[in-house]
Design a binder for this molecule. Structure first.
Ligand code: GLA
Length: 390
């Protein structure tokens, strides 16, 4: 957790003193435990909020300007709160700007502007949802400050819309939803089609979730991500010969899929769809095995998920594969997989608490030997979704 006194000091240096008080909010990052590339197919995901994320200090202004600054980069600026226009040169600021814009589109107007200072603890481009964290904390803070009702499911949808439309990234709902609705020591079983969800106590006994950062930036992720999305849409179209009502891959059972998959003409498209339908089934099986406290079986499902993302969906890449392969050689590891969009970013492994030091040493060594890159590790605790700190 960030040092709030230090951040307040920084805020006052930047924005000077004022009679108005500073309010502080926090939104976490997220890790997805299983259910990858299923959200935009209307399937299940099983993410959890992290204990680290984005802290936001915010104060009302007396004029109609919006002040944007972060402790992570030196750039900061003031701009009129209306109209808000996308500008590539504004870089990370386009995330909070997108939220202000989307709120205005929804008729949420503000009598005054605000000064904002962000403090991000999520490594950039690591696939732990730093952008969703910024979006959700901004929306939550502005709605609270404006005296508007705060509904964390609606905030997730608004943040996703802003990322899709203002920032042009066609992400699904998982990241924003997890960041907005997470709960300490719980994972979220979310049905992405209906947004029905269950907070499932995640008790891993003497095992820990360990996140491994490949430190391979997720280059080209947007174009490859969008390509996977359209391949899934193609699969749905082909399957409509048998199921005219089908709109999303998540609506078809594994049995029906296996019976009719020959209708998907393109070989690659068929493999993509096979991953999605089987991955959704793995999420459902995960819930059952976790209810029975069968962590070993959950670890197996994590392994199968990664292998399918590698062989059928083809979104892993050399670095993630090397890190997962290394993790699986360490005794005390029940399962290991990539998490998030893929093409770099992070892995998540289920590791016995007595093996964590050995895990870090051994995976580091093998990973660097294979890729020339240095790995980072975070032993993960599951935290709360967005909240006001003061
Ligand atoms: C990214 C997207 C999510 C989801 C995952 C893959 O994190 O933002 O919506 O599609 O990739 O599961």
């Amino acid at each position: 957790m960030a040092d709030l006194q230090e951040l307040t000091q920084r805020f006052l240096e930047l924005y000077k003193d004022s009679a108005e008080s500073i309010h502080i909010f926090h939104a976490p990052g997220r890790v997805n435990l299983i259910g990858e590339h299923t959200d935009y197919n209307g399937g299940y995901v099983f993410p959890a909020a992290l204990t680290f994320g984005t802290t936001l200090l915010i104060r009302k202004r007396s004029d109609k300007l919006l002040g944007l600054a972060t402790t992570n980069f030196p750039d900061h600026k003031h701009l009129p709160i209306e109209p808000i226009v996308y500008d590539e040169a504004d870089d990370w600021m386009n995330y909070p700007k997108g939220i202000v814009h989307e709120l205005q589109q929804q008729g949420r107007t503000f009598e005054t502007g605000f000064d904002l200072l962000f403090h991000g603890e999520i490594p950039n481009g690591a696939g732990l949802s730093s952008s969703a964290s910024i979006e959700v904390v901004t929306a939550f803070a502005l709605l609270t400050m404006g005296g508007y009702p705060v509904d964390t499911v609606k905030i997730a949808l608004l943040a996703q819309k802003s990322e899709n439309e203002f920032n042009g990234v066609q992400c699904g709902i998982m990241d924003q939803f997890a960041v907005a609705n997470g709960k300490k020591d719980h994972a979220i079983l979310l049905m992405c089609d209906t947004l029905e969800y269950d907070l499932v106590p995640f008790d891993s006994g003497s095992y820990r979730l360990v996140i491994g950062n490949t430190n391979k930036r997720r280059g080209l992720v947007d174009s490859k991500y969008n390509e996977r999305r359209s391949q899934c849409e193609q699969a749905v179209q082909d399957l409509r010969t048998a199921f005219p009502e089908l709109t999303l891959l998540g609506q078809i059972s594994l049995e029906d899929f296996n019976r009719t998959k020959h209708l998907i003409e393109d070989d690659t498209v068929r493999r993509r769809a096979q991953h999605v339908v089987e991955e959704i089934d793995r999420v459902i099986r995960s819930i059952t095995v976790l209810k029975n406290n069968d962590l070993a079986a959950f670890g197996q499902l994590m392994n199968q998920s990664h292998d399918s993302l590698r062989d059928l969906y083809e979104v892993t890449g050399e670095e993630l594969d090397a890190m997962v392969a290394a993790a699986r050689t360490v005794p005390g590891v029940l399962g290991s997989r990539m998490t998030g969009a893929g093409f770099g970013g992070c892995t998540v492994s289920l590791v016995h608490e007595d093996s964590i030091e050995r895990f870090k040493a051994e995976v580091s060594r093998q990973y660097t030997a294979a890729t020339g890159l240095e790995a980072d590790f975070y032993v993960c605790k599951i935290g709360n979704g967005v909240e006001q700190l003061s």
